[in-house]
Write a new protein. Sequence first.
Length: 220
Amino acid sequence: MEIFHEHSWDLTIAEAKVVQEKLKNKVILEDQLPTINYVAGVDVSYDKQKGITQAAIAVLNFPQLELQTHALARCKTAFPYVPGYLSFREIPAILEALNAVTIQPDLILCDGQGTAHPRRLGIACHLGVLINKPTIGVAKSWLTGDYEQVPLTQGSWQPLTSEGETIGAVLRTRTGIKPVFVSPGHQISLPTAIRYTLACTSKYRLPETTRWADKLAALQ
DNA sequence: GCGACAG
DNA sequence: ATCTTGTCGC
């Protein structure tokens, strides 16, 4: 896995903020997708006792959404969880898992925000810019931004806005179920990110990619 | 100063 | 994220 914008992971919060301000200028919010044959979900779990971070990547074929392969990677937890800086805690392990997986995905769905972030560089953007690949942020809960009530029917969505700009969408993936927060990560537009999120979702609230990664990350 | 805060 | 039983509803 080639890294495009290498930087240290041994940083203070203030230094991490500088990295975010610099990398946000590298984010591409236009569609630059290849033919999508494989989609992946990434997720991270923690062993609080041992101070270990474990990342899982699940690669599914598209549009069938059947699990093709997966990889796990563990590394020492080196960064605390601070809202707005999640990527500095999770990406090191994710890069190792991506390095180990045998089928490189054409699109990655991340567990967390993309541009719906205080400095527009959520984990999906950060990962996408580093590996120069299309990514989408699909978060289970709110981090920042304002939005109106979302209609109850599946596929309905409302823009997530901040300071006059649209930074993502609150999307109802299942009728009557709590919506998810979708935002572009890298090399993708918001409408396309919404379309692929729905295309990767079948019977449950979360995309199949995320559900598989969640399940695999829980393995020890 | 007060409230909010992805995983 | 993680700690945790039963329970309401399709």
